[in-house]
Design a binder for this molecule. Structure first.
Ligand SMILES: [Zn+2]
Length: 189
């Protein structure tokens, strides 16, 4: 599995809800392995970006699984932690606007409001339930990925915000996009 297996808009599956995992089967473990390989392949191909996390729907598997990078600040650390049936149990702290991108929304970035703190409950590959608390950028990642399991893409959260759409130019800098152009873009909506 490589980055070429990652689906992107306008693929309709990105706006479908994923199914709950009822049993950890070899198929689920294979999905997790494929997701990890696809993210690493994408990460290796991008100079200015880091593949931080992925939801199963992004490799066209409508299954409630996400993987999150153990240390997103270290491009050399390729360890990803799987969260099966992830669920936000608490949203807390301030709502903060910051930039987000998505492997399934090529080249577009958005300033998305998200809670600063979350509690997430999930099961691990042994079928054991666990809960973690995340803050700041990690809290943002969980909200973004869990949105994917609900069939929501980050641009759906900012669709009415005229000043929230950006693109990455070839020097790796973010430039504001013309909202009228964004609105007319049939790939996105
Ligand atoms: Zn995404």
């Amino acid at each position: 599995m490589t980055k070429d297996n990652i689906i992107s808009l306008p693929n309709k599956n990105l706006r479908q809800k994923s199914k709950t995992v009822t049993k950890i089967t070899p198929t689920i473990l294979k999905v997790i392995d494929d997701m990890t390989k696809a993210t690493i392949s994408w990460d290796t191909s991008r100079e200015h970006e880091v593949g931080v996390a992925l939801a199963a729907v992004q490799i066209n598997e409508l299954t409630r699984v996400i993987i999150v990078r153990q240390d997103y600040e270290n491009k050399k650390d390729l360890t990803f932690i799987p969260f099966i049936n992830p669920e936000i149990t608490k949203l807390d702290g301030d709502i903060i606007e910051d930039f987000e991108g998505c492997l399934s929304v090529p080249d577009i970035y958005g300033k998305v409001p998200r809670y600063d703190k979350v509690k997430v409950k999930a099961i691990n590959i042994d079928g054991k339930e666990f809960e973690i608390t995340a803050k700041g950028f990690m809290a943002r990642i969980f909200q973004h990925e869990i949105d994917h399991t609900e069939g929501m893409v980050f641009i759906d959260r900012i669709k009415d915000r005229q000043e929230s759409f950006y693109r990455l130019n070839k020097d790796g800098k973010l430039e504001r996009l013309d909202y009228e152009e964004v609105k007319k873009n049939t790939v996105l909506w």
